[in-house]
Structure formats: structure tokens, C-alpha cells
Design a protein. Structure first.
Lengths: 256, 243
């Protein structure tokens, strides 16, 4: 034993605990600054750029077979919107519900559920990946968003598609919303789904209409859609970050 | 008589990438535990709901303690920011390490076991178990188990954790349809990602243990300054005891 081994051991122990404690406290303090999460956001930007460079524009999300279907497609977030207007529509099986499509379009339009069901549809068995980490596989049927957009004709300055939803999220009445760019909007697998697993979309999963954006996480796939608005910027909508969860710090690009 | 001298054991690029790795791996691990805690269960298969239950379910305990996560409370959005930012640094650091290690022949010269290494593998196992470690000149080089552990980590575990990480991205899933099925599906990939992370933690525990029992300060100095003190028994005349 070296004479100073006890001092060294003590030094080590103190060093380890103080480094560990400083690391934890430091990371938490950094998380609460303005600048550091912004710097971390550079990683998001890099990921988005790299993903778009690596994959073809119309690269298709994996599709599965009936054998892969999850026996029960779980609901997450809102399971039944606490909203009088929505509840009244639901009472009547959404017969009076209308999807309004407006904003930066040449021809604002309204669609009933029957009209949407009468349009050409796409059916796909895809995997739903939640930001929390779980996945579920479901069979979705709906109208390609591209078909609807072709009818309303986006204006030249339209850049984003914003989904306005029925479900209130906070006490102040803030409602769920989401946004995607036109590349995702025109993707063949981006559909406005009204059926899940060969049955009418249940309220827990977003009735009467939810969007499927198969190359991104579940929080992008807005449920209870009431209105689709085309915009040139989402800076003035909600908290300005492009979605309910984005306003709470989640990434707008949810392909990761 | 004991003769001591300083030997340049680790070159600068190796030392820099090593310490960057220490910091970055700590941060991706702890932010990874934050992400895990958002849904503290692991599954095998293409989805979480296949009909079979989870293979690991920590929902009852809420997952890992918050002192082990970044940030130190439930905050998934921020945990993801930390994780993906430092995952990029981890990959960049790893690519720099690999480029240097191949170009400088660090891999072929120092890491690939020699023929005599392979022959001595049995003895090396016994030596490790008895905590008997190479002394003197022999300590200048990695021993065979050390080489194999480094190679397995560098060329199997670390690439695996990057690939399974990428395979959890729904966007990258569309790169080639079904490529994630080489891991058994996305939820299997998530489980493998977790296992690979556990193997890294296991590696670090053994690594730090070995660093301590084979001369902590000498090892630490050699990874900071590059200099490792070699003590040899010689028959030469008296020395002054310093190097």
C-alpha cells in the first residue's frame, strides 16, 4: 500500500460524486436555458436534412399483412374530445360534420363524410410509431390527401398543411393541431382515414377523420380533424411551432 | 534493479476520441434512459401489440430512477433533443476514430490479435480471473482478451447500436422497404438497442475495473498525456529511481 492511497481514494470518491452531481445539475440547468435546447435543435435539423437526402421523395413506408395486425389498436392522448360541438356531431354519427379545406387555396371547399367515402380511396396496413416508443400495426382506409388538395388547388405560396382538430388540450381551450409540408401532404401514403381495421374509425382513434403520415411519429397524425388549412407559415398559429406537441418542445420533424 | 521509463502508449487522436466518447456516451445513455422511461417496456417483433406480451415490463416501477436520466425528471421532448444531438457527435467521433485507426494501422498493429495471442488465450483468461496482469514491457501492448473486447465493442456493439437506433426512425424505415426486419422488426430493434446499451455499460464497468486494478494513475495519465510508466526488472547497474 502506498502511504497516500487513502488520500487518493478519498479524492477519487469526492471527484466521482462531485463530477456526477455537477453533470446532473449541469444538464438540467442547460435544459432550462434558451440557447442550449436551440443548439441541441441543430441535431434535429441535421437529422431532417440527412433523412431527406438519403431517401427518395416518394419512398414508401413499410406495409404489412393482415397477419401482422395488432389485435387491438390502442388509443393515446385524447380518447374522447371534451367538446360540446364535437359531442353533438358524434351523437348524430357525424352526418352533420363537414371537413372545411381553406386557407391558401384557389377554391375553399367543404366535404361531408359521405362525400369523402365516395372518393377514390387507399387502404394500407402500416405501423404506427409513438414518440413514447411503442408501435401498433393497423389497417387504414381513407382518401389520399393529394386528391383533396387537387380539388381545392393550393395557391402558389402555400407551403404547409395545417390540421385543425376538435379536441381541447388545455384548460384555456387550446385545441390540438398539427402541420406538415407539401412533400408529406402529397405522399401517396398520406391519407385522410375514416376506417380502421375494416370498421368505421372509432372515436378513441380519431373519428370521424384522422390523417396518416406514415413516415413520421404518431403525434403528427392528427385525430378529430375539423378543418384543413393551407398556410405559407405556421408562425402565427398556436405557439408558432407548427403543432400542439411542438409548442411543448417536441420536434416539428418527427421522422425520428 | 527496477528501471522505469515513460512509454508513449496512446497517441493524441486516440486520447481525444476516447474522452469525447466518455462524455458523449454518458449523455446518450442517460438521455436514452429518459426516452426508455416514456414507455418502460420492451417487446419482440414488428409492433408492441402482436398478441404476445412484453419481454420486459418496468411500468410498475416507472422505469429507471430519475437521477440516472437526462433531464432528471420526466421530460421526453428534452431527452430526445439531448439524445439525437449527442448521437450525432457519437457517430462523428466514431468515424474520426475509425478513419484514424485504419490509416495509422492502429487496428492492425494494436487491436488485431497475433498468432501468439490466440495461443495464449487460455492463459490470459486465467490471468484475468486471478487479477494477474502483464507487467513491464508486456504492459505496453494490449493483451488478447483486451483486444477482443475492444474489437467486439468497436466493430459489433457500437455499429449495432447505431443501426438499431436508425432503424427506429419511421422516416428511415422507408429507405428500403422492410430493412428493419433484419433485426426482427422495429420493436425487436428497440430491444436490441437496449441490450447493446447494456453491453456498453457492462464493458465500461469491466474497463474501469481493469483500469483501477492495473494501476489507476498510470493508466489515467497514459490516456491523458499519452505517457505510460514502464517498470522493468533489469540486471543493469543502479539507477536513480526516476525515469
Amino acid at each position: 500500500m502506498e502511504p497516500n492511497s487513502r488520500t487518493r481514494r478519498m479524492f477519487l470518491r469526492v471527484a466521482l460524486t462531485s463530477v456526477g452531481g455537477a453533470l446532473l445539475a449541469g444538464c438540467d440547468a442547460l435544459s432550462r436555458t434558451q440557447w442550449f435546447p436551440k443548439l441541441l435543435g441543430a441535431g434535429e435539423h441535421l437529422s431532417s436534412k440527412a433523412h431527406h437526402l438519403a431517401t427518395p421523395r416518394k419512398a414508401m413506408a413499410q406495409e404489412f399483412t393482415e397477419a401482422d395486425l395488432s389485435p387491438f389498436f390502442r388509443s393515446n392522448g385524447t380518447a374522447n374530445p371534451n367538446d360540446a360541438t364535437y359531442q353533438a356531431l358524434a351523437q348524430n354519427n357525424f352526418v352533420d360534420w363537414r371537413l372545411r379545406v381553406d386557407g391558401r387555396v384557389e377554391r375553399p371547399m367543404e366535404f361531408s363524410l359521405a362525400q369523402l367515402r365516395a372518393m377514390p380511396s387507399r387502404t394500407q396496413i402500416t405501423r404506427h410509431d409513438c414518440v413514447e416508443g411503442w408501435s401498433a400495426i393497423g389497417k387504414w382506409q381513407g382518401v389520399p390527401l393529394a386528391t383533396v388538395l387537387d380539388l381545392v388547388k393550393p395557391a402558389a405560396d402555400a407551403r404547409y398543411v395545417v390540421f385543425r382538430c376538435a379536441d381541447p388540450k388545455d384548460d384555456d381551450g387550446t385545441k390540438y393541431y398539427e402541420s406538415i409540408d407539401l412533400e408529406d401532404a402529397y405522399h401517396p401514403q398520406t391519407i385522410l382515414a375514416y376506417d380502421l381495421n375494416d370498421r368505421t374509425l372509432p372515436i378513441a382513434n380519431g373519428a370521424p377523420l384522422r390523417v396518416r403520415i406514415e413516415r413520421q411519429l404518431g403525434y403528427k397524425m392528427a385525430k378529430y380533424i375539423m378543418r384543413i388549412e393551407l398556410v405559407d407559415s405556421f408562425a402565427h398559429i398556436g405557439g408558432g411551432k407548427g403543432g400542439y406537441w411542438e409548442d411543448g418542445g417536441y420536434e416539428w420533424y418527427a421522422g425520428i | 534493479m527496477a528501471r522505469q521509463y515513460l512509454y508513449k502508449r496512446h497517441r493524441l487522436p486516440i486520447r481525444i476520441t476516447h474522452w469525447v466518447n466518455v462524455l458523449v456516451l454518458t449523455l446518450v445513455l442517460m438521455s436514452g434512459l429518459q426516452i426508455f422511461n416514456a414507455h418502460p417496456s420492451l417487446y419482440w417483433g414488428k409492433s408492441s401489440y402482436t398478441g404476445a406480451g412484453p419481454i420486459l415490463d418496468l411500468h410498475a416501477s416507472g422505469g429507471f430512477p430519475w437521477w440516472a436520466t437526462i433531464p432528471g425528471q420526466r421530460w421526453l421532448a428534452m431527452g430526445r433533443r439531448w439524445h439525437f444531438f449527442f448521437a450525432w457527435l457519437f457517430v462523428i467521433n466514431g468515424v474520426l476514430y475509425l478513419a484514424y485507426s485504419f490509416l495509422s494501422r492502429h487496428v492492425s498493429r494494436d487491436l488485431v490479435p497475433t498468432r501468439s495471442d490466440w495461443r495464449s488465450i487460455g492463459r490470459s483468461i486465467v490471468d484475468h480471473l486471478l487479477l494477474r496482469h502483464p507487467q513491464g514491457e508486456a504492459a505496453k501492448h494490449y493483451n488478447v482478451l483486451q483486444k477482443l473486447a475492444y474489437l467486439a465493442l468497436i466493430f459489433v456493439v457500437l455499429p449495432l447500436i447505431v443501426l438499431t437506433g436508425l432503424s427506429m426512425s419511421p422516416w428511415l424505415n422507408s429507405l428500403f422497404s422492410g430493412w428493419v426486419d433484419i433485426f426482427g422488426g422495429r420493436q425487436s430493434a428497440r430491444t436490441i438497442h437496449f441490450i447493446a446499451a447494456s453491453l456498453i455499460v457492462l464493458f465500461v464497468l469491466i474497463h474501469v475495473f481493469e483500469v483501477i486494478v492495473t494501476g489507476f494513475w498510470n493508466n489515467l495519465r497514459s490516456m491523458i498525456t499519452g505517457n505510460y510508466r514502464v517498470s522493468t526488472q533489469t540486471n543493469e547497474g543502479p539507477t536513480d529511481g526516476t525515469q
